[in-house]
Design a binder for this molecule. Sequence first.
Ligand code: GLN
Length: 552
Amino acid sequence: MAENTKYIFVTGGVLSSLGKGLASAAIGMLLESRGLTVTIQKLDPYINVDPGTMNPFQHGEVFVTDDGAETDLDLGHYERFTHAKLGKNNNFTTGKIYDQVITKERKGEYLGGTVQVIPHITDEIKKSIMLVSNNTDVVIVEIGGTIGDIESLPFLEAIRQFRTDVGSSNVIYIHLTLVPYIKTACEVKTKPTQHSVKELRSIGIQPDILLCRTESYLSQEIKNKISLFCNVDPDAVFTAKDVDCIYEVPLVYNKEGLGDKILKKLNIWARAPRLDDWREMVEKYKNPRFSVNIAIVGKYVDLTESYKSLNEALAHGGIFNDARVTLNYVDSSTLTEKNVMEKLSTSDGILVPGGFGSRGIEGKILAAKYARENKVPYFGICLGMHMAVIEVARNIAGMEEANGEEFDPHTPFPVIYLLKEWYDEQTKQVEKRNEGSDKGGTMRLGAYPCQLNPDTLAMKAYKTENISERHRHRFEFNNEYKDRLVEAGLIISGTSPDHELVEIVELADHPWYLGCQFHPEFKSKPSNPHPLFRDFVKASLKNAKKLEDAKK
Ligand code: GLN
């Protein structure tokens, strides 16, 4: 722990999906705007050791950090709102905590003692919080789940103890609740908040600040009522008003005085917030001059949470280009030779995102072909790059039966194949895998260096030769077919520094066609859009109309 590290624990009540992750990220942003250093950690109550193997339908996107951790999508919010460098220690699940405790028990580290939830699990949780505390002014810890769930109890008990451990002046508890507006009664209701706080207090946690999610600003009268029933200062009850644009959240909090209150409660002295750039960015986001339609041809099209970072990165590209990016999700399994034109012709750019498994693959390959032939900007990410390579192999390089080994293990032309051995940047050792390898641990994960070639779209975007991007995949470009594909027109614009792994491919004679093996969306921020998203949106915009013209 740094000498004066302060801790903010964020819990949620009433129901899930209130936006605790965003609230935590926004609090982090507000504190940074005052010159403080922050980090944010998520403690998740489920038993999976990490979300890596969880179905995106259920859990949304898996966010990957530089150090190769597969984490909860809230870490994406944390990175987009703050400058905190996040890694594997910023996300712990119940499964991971128990795994560590059981491993210690097997090693005999508890010296034969009976291993129990209190104190062994709670101690392990507290140690995990300490792991991210180094050299940081404020550590924000978001507790997943909703107060009242059985699952989150050990975490809540641990954070309750934590205040006594580090001193009460160093810890505050912020509770996010819902204050619904009931139309028939024409009033907002405070009862769910009262019950949620009652539940929290019954386990020994008295919230210091309440953030009330609601449709419009709460009156002082309502705040007083909540204050009375929940034993929280009236000026510590804040409206967390619904907003159109998530990047507005810190501005709303700031307007309500949340930053000042947090500093006061934690006894921190800091400068006034500097929010002008952020405010300007939000203004640009809300009032663009142009509009652009992007088709996302993927599998999880019904659940946009699965493409969280992607959606945000596209929006960031839009902010830079003064454009509203309208996303048109196309379920690739519905695309056929016959309808591809009809389904994609209204889109100014086409993006095929990352994905796993063979469902809908042929539709994605068709989308890549459509984009190539019709000179529509194409951005293929990971699986989307695989699709582009297979398409070029089949339709230009004369390898009609080309495929990826993921979709057809017996293809005569495995242009995308399973790499059996590679140097792992994270563990700094050679990793090996085969078809039967453990699903959780065999991906190329996290940051890898990439070297760009001159006179390419990639170089034009990044404006530097050496970059680092995050990976999450098993299959790779097969160098055995490199010459044939290059001859057919594929440009290899980025590789690993030893040139063994192809990282970016492009096509000549096309306005903008690029596939990358990594996931650039994880590194885009609203105030610093990722260069590839910036340029993809820019290229797509050439097909689009000015908003004013579009309205005519
Ligand atoms: N399924 C592909 C692989 O494992 C692509 C993964 C991805 O798009 N993230 O290599």
